[in-house]
Design a protein around this ligand. Structure first.
Ligand code: ADP
Ligand code: MG
Length: 460
């Protein structure tokens, strides 16, 4: 008798309730909630997961699982935990399913993963992808495509800025399609590699092989298509590949740094074809999502390198609040912080983060130098930067200049002499006076308050 039918709560459920106390909710929902106890026999607790990619759950949460077992005094009962892939039953066979599924045990992970993961990065799975408002739609579309390639949205066109997770989602589609165990040919290629391969085949007079290769796949994932926008010959070739695949009901997934209509150098017929299916954008993630991504990455890092220090949610949020530009940079900053703390034997605190990232943060801030602020302010007052830098003290220049000084101090934390130097070599007491004046004025002047808010938003 499987233990779950004899008790209200299975042993695994008890363990889960314990683990839950120490794992962040997003991770719990992604990894642990979908697990089920299959059986508990001679010290082996067998749990099942619905997706192949979740089979790492055991490795990922080993310390937490072991701790929970000890805390619940289950050490004598559970000696090891094994993870299997849940058997997928056709709905009509449910009734006929045997009560004890012992002989038809689900295949172990190694078996299911015996496909060629080729150029797909192992970590870029759906399970490791954090879903937030900024990417929800693209994520749902990608999942739908992975479930039924060629039959839902075809092509799927994903677009968004650098580091928004386009490549990650494409790989995840590849992994998931494979994990569902269908004998499909999946090809992931960047538009750049596609181009290089084609050039090499052209040179070796082997275009037939090239065409065969790309026209025989079931799922073509082509990344960063903007790369071929200004290359006519490549476009032509891709156009035919696309048509051949699409016409045969094969799935095409395309990514780009901008929407089809903005790929201005791309032929019109291609652009319109890209819009046949579904277009989904990935926006920059908000603070909460960035924090969750960091927690996820830190955990991944720990599974790869167990000695990696732990990242607390507070420190993750601190990093995420400082680095907004893109997830890749954020990840880099985290790795650097953890390495820094490990080398210096420091606990991973916000103070340590501030110290470790000073260089990095300064770099980010330097990008936004005084010149840029001055330019934005000048534009909004219909002036030129040069006007703000003159010694001209007529009122229509003095006021914008004060605004620019104020914003420079706010956004850059620049020193007073530095600001004074930039704006026409004033004495730094003039700068202090200017900043105070704007600060006071904004309290009572709504228009000014709005202008300032607008400018800082634009500059941040
Ligand atoms: P893009 O292709 O849009 O430039 P990538 O897919 O290469 O971006 O993502 C950059 C990095 O950020 C990768 O390490 C990726 O795993 C990570 N990343 C981006 N978005 C997410 C997300 N929502 N969840 C988890 N990781 C993410
Ligand atoms: Mg990419």
């Amino acid at each position: 008798m499987p233990s779950r039918s004899s008790k209200l709560q299975s042993t695994w459920d008890e363990i889960l309730s314990e683990i839950r106390k120490s794992v962040n909710p997003h991770r719990f929902n992604t990894w642990l909630r979908p697990t089920r106890q299959e059986k508990l026999e001679s010290g082996t607790l067998v749990i099942s997961v619905p997706d192949a990619e979740l089979q790492q759950v055991n490795e990922k949460f080993r310390p937490q699982i072991e701790q929970a077992i000890r805390r619940l005094h289950l050490d004598g009962t559970v000696e090891r935990v094994e993870v299997v892939l849940a058997a997928r039953r056709a709905p009509d066979s449910l009734e006929a399913a045997p009560a004890a599924p012992a002989p038809a045990a689900p295949p172990p992970l190694q078996k299911t993963l015996e496909f060629d993961t080729g150029s797909l990065k192992p970590e870029y799975t759906f399970a490791n992808f954090v879903v937030g408002g900024s990417n929800q739609f693209a994520h749902a579309a990608a999942r739908a495509v992975a479930e039924k390639p060629g039959r839902t949205y075809n092509p799927l066109f994903l677009y968004g800025g650098v580091g928004m997770g386009k490549t990650h989602l494409m790989h995840a589609i590849g992994h998931q399609t494979k994990a569902l165990g269908r004998p499909l040919r999946i090809e992931y290629v960047t538009a750049e590699d596609f181009t290089n391969e084609m050039i090499s085949h052209l040179r070796h007079d082997s275009m037939i092989a090239f065409r065969d290769r790309y026209r025989s796949v079931d799922v073509l994932l082509i990344d960063d298509i903007q790369f071929i926008a200004n290359k006519e010959r490549i476009q032509e070739e891709f156009f035919h590949t696309f048509n051949a695949l699409h016409g045969a009901g094969k799935q095409v997934v395309i990514s780009s740094d901008r929407p089809p209509r903005e790929l201005s150098q791309l032929e019109e017929r291609m652009r319109s074809r890209f819009e046949w299916g579904l277009t989904a954008d990935l926006q920059p993630p908000d603070l909460e999502t960035r924090t969750a991504i960091l927690m996820e990455k830190a955990q991944l890092e720990r599974t790869k390198h167990p000695q990696t220090l732990e990242l607390s949610p507070a420190v993750a949020e601190f990093l995420a609040s400082k680095i907004k530009s893109n997830v890749r940079e954020l990840e880099g900053a985290m790795i650097r912080l953890l390495a820094y703390c490990a080398l210096k034997s420091l606990p991973v605190t916000i103070a340590a983060a501030e110290e470790a990232l000073r260089n990095l943060l300064n770099q980010q801030q330097r990008k936004l130098d005084i010149e840029i602020i001055a330019k934005a302010v000048a534009e909004s007052f219909n002036l030129r930067v040069a006007d703000l830098k003159t010694r001209n003290n007529s009122q229509h220049i003095v006021f914008p200049r004060q605004v620019a000084m104020y914003l420079t101090r706010q956004l850059l934390d620049a020193s007073l002499p530095e600001i004074a130097r930039f704006f026409g070599g004033k004495h730094h007491s003039t700068v202090i006076h200017s900043i105070r004046k704007i600060e006071q004025e904004r309290q009572v002047n709504q228009t000014l308050a709005r202008t300032l808010a607008h400018l800082s938003e634009q500059l941040r």
